[in-house]
Unconditional design. Sequence first.
Length: 373
Amino acid sequence: MTDYALPGAGVFPAHLLRRAVDDGLIGFSADTKPAIQPASIDLHLGDVAHRLRCSFLPDSTHTVEQRLEEFAMDTVDLRAGGVLERNRPYLIPLREGLDLAPNIRAKANPKSSTGRVDVFTRVITDRSYRFDEVAAGYRGQLYLEVVSSTFTIKVHPGLALNQLRLMVGHAEVDEAELAAMHARRGLLYELGRTVEADEFVHTGGVFLGLDLTGDDDGVVGYRAKRNSRLLDLGEIGGHDPTDYWEPVIRERGDQIVLEPEDFYLLLSAQGISIPPDVAGEMVAFDPTSGELRTHYAGFFDPGFGWDAEGMTGSRAALEVRAHDVPFMVQDRLRVCKIAFEKLVEPTDELYGAGIGSNYQGQQSTLSKYFRRD
């Protein structure tokens, strides 16, 4: 197979993803319609989930199916809705497959709604040592490992829990480019104003801090309840949030103490703006700053927090968990960063109300599965 002809390096925008589908780089089962986002494509669950005794990678010599013979304990039929237990890994064949050219690779992320209910997903491919990274030239099936850490969940065939982006060459935006981009059109906002250049921290990405000022009642976010009701991921807006979440109230001094291994949803203090020619990805928190980790489900499509009229960013939902010991966090503490990737070309489709996006301009961290009064 020859290289796939493209005008430059970067992540595929929506119109090039549509071309890739037409050219057969991405294949679908007969009953699946491509769901293309501004710089990514949704991946859909198949009909069966394999309950695993442990997570695994197939290594460089085995297919996923070959390794399943050793690690699968039984199967769950998803066609009438399948229940996935907490803290148990499941492997689900996806309805999509890939036939990539030698110069095209891919990367996967959980969708934002998936991360907000503490469901951890990772794409697995044949003969690979890595999760979520699809090697250039890969030809074969895609599989999704799913682990729900807090809620017992019900899933259905055709649900999209994660998304995939295609890319060619070097896509990362370096620090000098980030600074120039922010000076030219603004990437980070606070209180409706562009963050000043001397406060724009951008080592390997743009840093975000927590908003722990809260509302008039002091509510700064939510903590997940354990042993709650079954959460059906096929029901949008169909769940009472009080069955699953309890509000988190700030302490004096605009701070909170995170209890070990509890799952929290908090909001960033800053608004992020993703222009039409780049995409963003939330990346791992620096462990030297404390025993704290963000879930970093977030992939930010172009148009998030941006429009032609000068929208001043959208705040990010931050999925946070402390490990080992209780950990105090204060207002504006930086807990994550967003790395930027260039698109091959500016996208012709932007995140927002025009395509039914759920979290543009968000003021709440709860996912689309919960009723909004």
